[in-house]
Write a protein of this length. Structure first.
Lengths: 231, 487
């Protein structure tokens, strides 16, 4: 379970995030939607202890993220390309992450085999460094790397952006499968309302750093959200 | 059109990230530049009177060594002068002819720092020549001739840029020429000196360098224009991945995981590779001191040894953790301890220093006591300076662009009071210990003192690591924010 208490983040007296109380139960697939600058990435960065909260904090499975580092054992995240090591090949990168999470080569190979279709023969055995891959292919590598070592919390920032339509559908399938596991909490942010509604069973909309909608996904969710973001 | 280009350049210069540092630093850099200008100018003026005093004909002597001066310039540019290609990408789709773009980007290189510095030597020197009654026309043609040659090198460098083979051949020839001159086998200056002297004596000879300049400009222009498409010249070079298995490192556990990664970092990135080249050059730093009798047995022996063995340690260590800046967020969300992370960097520095210590064995030629000093300072580097550079690194928050070789000569933002505070003892302490040893009796005591300081540091390794870890933890958010800025 992830528990957010009185969390605020300010830059020079401008509040960019202000979440009083938010609880994400274990096993939930949680979607975060909002316009540019709504605070989605800020929230994820706080959850990963990459920036310091101005007040309050986040508890990830009983661990206060900004005072202990134990959450790293069960959390996998991919925010952007700065999570990739440009001078490694995809295989080397996967094995590197695997070794850090106590997975041997065979474990990693088994996982990669499972997602072969997602890679679409463009990632493995290509003799390319990650820095030379296209944006979409970089994203594929980053997303699969978060799944190494069976994390209980998976955080993906804008996973659908930059992907081709086929890959988007494959990714939706992967996320749905993850969400079916009652032990895995999935957190996704997106601009695309439809994709988010399809894969998440709860959606929170942020606007200027505040929670403005918190709904469990149903038939009407997409309409409700579209109405909210309509111009 | 030119006006637009100039505005672009002006903004590019004043809005560059390196310019946005604090005022103190700008003044500091300004003073350094002023210092170099004065040094060059003094050299220009001093060269004349100095050579005269040594009973040498100034112009002829300068012309004698001109070939080496120019060849050194070629080498220097190869490593440090950046070729401005990528900046013109956004211009391609605008309604500007390709000719204009190419002329502009080539013309821009003329104003480069690498051309201007020479002026500070040659202008004062030429003026002094005029004052001392040399032929006005001769001095002017000589001066213009050299200017043309410098610009010739400028364009030549653009043509040969990034072709390691050509550079390798050129470097071999230069080393060969210097060696054969030193051993009196073959003196290239006998053939080149008359040419440079000719620029002064025979006015018509100025045509030769100017023709050479025009020819290279013509070739460079066509070369550039031909490839001015995104899939040729402007395309970002992609290298085929090489396979480095390094599986033998697996036996070291997490340490091995990081070491594997760091070795790949050093071998596969332009900026990191420069560190390796620099470490190689540092190895020969001692030649400056050990070949001169003035420094024999003196404290400068210890000073030189710091750089001979510590080239890699200093160049690499002061940028830990900045080497990992482009993926620092990843590192900070992985299940790793700072201790393991630091340990791998430390071991890499130890390995680098150990290799330098073995490679420096050619200094035995200058005497055993010199090599003993080098070994002792090597131990001191491993046991003491390795920690100091890690302290420096913890406060150095410069995002490193691994793909660009720029900034190898001291990154601007890496400069801070803290950096200086940590880097002074790196050099001063061995000098001090050596001096104390000499005062107590002889150099052997000094050498022993230096080595024992290193061993002392090794004994406290885990304690010191704990301190560095604390700084890393404290600086974590600042580091992430600083590294993100570049991206």
């Amino acid at each position: 379970m992830i528990q957010v208490n009185n969390l605020t983040k300010k830059y020079n007296n401008t509040t960019v995030l202000n979440i009083q109380d938010l609880e994400i139960p274990r096993g939930q697939s949680f979607g975060l939607v909002g316009n540019n600058g709504a605070g989605k990435t800020t929230f994820f960065s706080l959850l990963l202890d990459l920036i310091e909260p101005s007040s309050g904090g986040i508890i990830n499975h009983d661990i206060q993220v900004n005072s202990s580092e134990d959450w790293k054992r069960f959390t996998g995240a991919f925010l952007d390309e700065s999570f990739l090591i440009g001078y490694l090949t995809a295989e080397e990168y996967f094995y590197f992450i695997g070794e850090l999470r106590n997975q041997n080569k065979a474990d990693v190979d088994a996982l990669l085999k499972k997602y072969e279709e997602f890679f679409n023969n463009e990632i493995l055995n290509t003799k390319k460094y990650l820095r030379d891959l296209s944006k979409g292919n970089m994203k594929k590598v980053g997303i699969i790397a978060t799944l190494i070592g069976n994390p209980e919390v998976v955080i993906l920032d804008e996973p659908f952006a930059n992907l081709d339509p086929t890959t988007v559908n494959r990714l939706k399938k992967i996320v749905k499968e993850l969400a079916e596991n009652p032990d895995v909490t999935v957190l996704i942010s997106s601009h695309d309302l439809q994709h988010t509604v399809e894969v998440c069973n709860r959606i929170v909309a942020l606007n200027k750093g505040e929670v403005v909608k918190d709904i469990n996904t149903s038939e009407e969710t997409l309409k409700e959200l579209e109405a909210f973001f309509a111009v | 059109m030119i006006k637009h280009f100039l505005t672009l350049e002006w903004r590019a210069f004043f809005r560059s990230a390196s310019f946005k540092t604090n005022l103190v630093f700008k003044i500091f850099i300004g003073l350094i530049i002023l210092y170099f200008i004065l040094i060059f100018a003094a050299a220009g003026i001093g060269a004349y009177y100095g050579l005269k005093k040594a009973h040498l004909e100034p112009l002829q002597t300068v012309n004698k060594f001109m070939i080496y001066y120019l060849l050194a310039d070629v080498m220097f540019r190869y490593f440090f002068q950046k070729i401005p290609t990528l900046t013109i990408r956004p211009l391609l789709v605008l309604p500007i002819t390709k000719n204009t773009i190419v002329h502009f980007s080539l013309g821009k290189t003329v104003l480069s720092f690498f051309n201007i510095t020479h002026a500070f030597f040659f202008i004062p020197f030429s003026i002094v020549l005029l004052i001392n009654g040399y032929s006005v026309l001769g001095v002017i043609t000589w001066h213009l001739g050299i200017l043309a040659l410098i610009l010739f090198i400028n364009f030549l460098n653009i043509l040969i840029n990034n072709k390691d083979v050509i550079f390798g051949i050129a470097a071999t020839i230069v080393v060969g020429l210097i060696a054969s001159q030193y051993y009196k086998l073959f003196d290239v200056t006998l053939y080149t000196q008359p040419f440079f002297q000719g620029l002064y004596e025979h006015i018509w000879m100025i045509i030769l360098p100017i023709l050479a300049l025009l020819a290279t400009y013509y070739f460079t222009f066509n070369f550039f224009k031909k490839d001015l498409t995104l899939d040729e010249r402007l395309h970002i070079k992609k290298n085929l991945a090489t396979n480095q298995n390094l599986n033998w490192l697996n036996q070291f556990g997490t340490l091995g995981t990081f070491l594997k990664n760091d070795i790949k970092l050093l071998l596969r990135n332009k900026r990191a590779k420069t560190t390796l080249y620099m470490s190689f050059f540092f190895l020969f730093y001692g030649l400056l001191f050990f070949t001169m009798d003035v420094y024999k047995g003196g404290v400068m022996q210890a000073f030189a040894a710091v750089f001979v063995t510590g080239g890699f340690l200093i160049n690499f260590g002061q940028f830990v953790p900045s080497w990992d800046s482009s993926y620092y967020q990843l590192m900070m969300t992985q299940n790793i301890s700072y201790k393991e992370y630091l340990n791998s960097k430390w071991w890499l520095m130890v390995i680098g220093t150990a290799i330098s210590m073995v490679a420096a064995s050619f200094y035995i030629y200058f005497g055993w006591d010199i090599y003993m000093t080098i070994l002792a300072v090597g131990i001191y580097n491993i046991g003491f300076n390795s920690f100091l550079v890690l302290f420096t690194g913890a406060y150095t928050r410069t995002a490193i662009d691994l793909e660009s070789a720029k900034g190898a000569f001291g990154d601007k933002k890496a400069f801070s009071v803290k950096t200086i505070l940590f880097s002074l003892p790196q050099m001063l302490l061995p000098i001090l210990l050596f001096k104390i040893g000499k005062l107590l009796g002889n150099t052997d005591i000094g050498i022993a003192l230096i080595a024992s300081f290193g061993i002392l540091g090794l004994l406290f390794k885990s304690k010191i690591f704990m301190l560095i870890e604390k700084i890393f933890q404290k600086e974590k958010y600042k580091a992430i924010a600083a590294y993100k800025q570049k991206n």
